[in-house]
Design a protein around this ligand. Sequence first.
Ligand code: DGL
Length: 253
Amino acid sequence: MRIGFFDSGVGGLTVLNKAIEMLPNEDFIYYADTKNIPYGTKPKEEVKKNIFEAVEFLVEKGIKALVVACNTATSVAINELREKYDFPVLGMEPAVKVAVENNGRKRILVVATPLTLKEDKYQSLVTKVDHNNLVDELGLPRLVEFAEGFIFDEKIISDYLYEALDGYDISSYSTVVLGCTHFPFYKNVFEKVFGNHTNIIDGNAGTVNHLRNVLREKELLSSDGTGNVEFYSSGSSTEGFTRYLEFLRDKNQ
Ligand code: DGL
């Protein structure tokens, strides 16, 4: 059986790409809820309803595990998804703990969707780990729109980042946590804007590592998959999705 991946759009492809690389003997099914994107600027209850419909679609296709490859969906629905389904359900969480542990006393910036940053899940994570008040937040909803539009022009993206960062001391951050799965597409632009002294981190490899451990533990790892992916979406065509995977491979992500 295949591993299901789900996101509101193309962001989850940044996680799927890591999974194809790290789990070459698995096959995958990817569902993008593009009819309802963006999740990150909508009310929680509306997003939750969309998530359950999307996951049902994957369940009907038959999956052995689910990766909620979306930080926003994870923040609003992961507990209820785990209660509802018997198969392993993995989510994405901004890598704040890793950042705090590795960072000493330097400042950390978490970038994500407004809904992720507003949710209790994120707020309680920060309360638990940020004992020295080193973590700042910034919502970057337009990066989701840019990624969906396949807009990768560095000038357009960096202009948006500089505008959004107005009032933030860019040079004070030693780590930027990409807390939305659409953002790793722009890792190189973040690197340019923040400079060499800043680490830009995401939770993608960590999530896939965790997925591998869970599958192994439950004896669900496959040996006869070939990295095949079937794409579905609730909205526009999925024809361009392989272009995004190629883009990520070109950038070595
Ligand atoms: N990719 C989603 C995330 O990781 C958010 C995109 C959206 O706003 O729909 O948070």
